[in-house]
Design a protein around this ligand. Structure first.
Ligand SMILES: *Cc1c(COP(=O)(O)O)cnc(C)c1O
Length: 387
């Protein structure tokens, strides 16, 4: 551990293996994983179909280059565009890289329209990644601290506030795009008004701005639909995803539609590893499972857990809010609750705390009803004990 840069405050537990919704640490203790390595292993650990796809591809061909055709990447791109209603896709290796591609698309789009210093509107309390452009886009001072000078070209608005974005546009003729998470993930699972995306879409259309959605955390079936925007019946111009797409194999995707889909071309963007045969085999296997009914299951399971949490914590005086969409679930307390992570681990449940006061659950889509009920019961018990 000592030779690793201390970029994470690590919990002193090391997992040795996993199976489905279960993790086992190196002392053999069993846990229900209600976090999925932060919304990544949505199909659970060591999923047989994904494991077999990775192993078979590794035996055949792991990497060539984007200088050549890649059959698995073609197939994955066709499936992702069909699932999303988008026109094309660029593959990188992470959420941050997918968002870098989106930010670059916005700048190219702005220059095409004769705007020399194009501005992208981003939201307070958002999270978009740790590269220079994505940390600048992120609406969290802690993420910026020490990395000044930040990039230019970003203007900030409160989340879930259409009028604020409209006012920015009225005073700034350099705006070319709006970049937003459909649900704030790292910000603490904040769900906007039902018509937020619809109204943002209309505002972008009126002004010729790109609507760019960061679905790195909310995508890949977690919300109950493949992309969260599909609950709103709109299409973005750009949508990014990563986390759940490879079930643990690093892959990021930036999908674009219409004018936005023509911006990234030979010479202005690229990636050595992006969309290589190995990661595309994993992601294609993930899509096989998602298309087999798992997205609907995520929606049902989310409702079951949400109502279980609401019932169990009814009247608790330290609970400020209980909210969720699909398997993005949050119990917000009136106080910091970092201790909840270790208490839950002792009780055999992996969960996480976001924004200091929010217990965040991102369980796998393959969770059984029994395990879901056990996670809920554990959270309810621990919150009551804290009160
Ligand atoms: C995790 C996350 C990112 C960054 O993804 P990385 O793969 O860590 O670069 C970006 N946006 C959102 C919404 C995220 O949740």
């Amino acid at each position: 551990m000592t030779s690793i840069m201390p970029t994470y405050n690590r919990i002193p537990v090391t997992f040795a293996r996993g199976s489905g919704a279960r993790l086992y640490d190196d002392a053999g203790k069993e846990y229900i994983d209600a976090l999925c390595g932060l919304a990544v292993t949505g199909l659970g650990h060591a999923h047989p179909h994904v494991t077999e796809a990775i192993a078979a591809q590794a035996r055949t061909l792991t990497h060539t280059s984007n200088l050549y055709g890649i059959a698995g990447q073609e197939k994955l791109a066709a499936r992702l565009t069909a699932l999303s209603g988008m026109d094309n896709v660029f593959f990188g290796n992470s959420g941050a890289e997918a968002n870098e591609a989106a930010i670059k698309i916005a700048r190219l789009y702005g220059h095409d329209r004769g705007i020399d210093i194009p501005h992208t509107v981003v939201m307070d309390n958002s999270f978009h990644g740790r590269t220079m452009a994505t940390l600048t886009a992120t609406g969290n001072r802690k993420v910026h601290a020490g990395f000044e000078p930040l990039l230019g070209g970003f203007v900030r608005a409160p989340f879930n506030d259409i009028d604020a974005v409209r006012r920015i546009g009225e005073n700034d003729e350099n705006v070319v795009a709006v970049m937003v998470e459909p649900i704030l993930g790292e910000g603490g699972i904040h769900i906007p008004e039902d018509d937020y995306l619809t109204r943002l879409r209309a505002l972008c259309d009126d002004n010729g701005w790109l609507l760019m959605l960061d679905e790195v955390q909310t995508g890949n079936g977690r919300s109950g639909k493949f992309f969260c925007y599909q609950h709103s019946g709109i299409l973005p111009d750009v949508v990014t995803t990563a986390k759940g797409l490879g079930n643990g194999v690093p892959i990021g995707a930036c999908l674009a539609r219409g004018t936005a889909s023509g911006m990234l071309v030979a010479g202005n963007h690229g990636s050595t590893f992006g969309g290589n045969p190995l990661v595309c085999a994993a992601a294609n296997a993930v899509l096989d499972e998602l298309e087999g009914g798992l997205m609907e299951r995520a929606g049902e399971l989310g409702e079951r857990m949400l109502s279980g949490l609401r019932q169990g914590l009814q009247g608790s005086n330290i609970v400020k809010d209980i909210r969720g969409k699909g398997l993005l679930l949050a119990v917000e307390l009136d106080r910091p609750c970092a201790q909840m992570v270790t208490d839950a681990m002792e009780a055999g449940v992996i969960l996480n705390v976001a924004a200091d006061t929010v217990i965040r659950l991102l369980p796998p889509l393959i969770l059984s009803d029994e395990d879901a009920d056990q996670v809920v019961a554990t959270v309810v018990r621990l919150v009551k004990a804290m009160a």
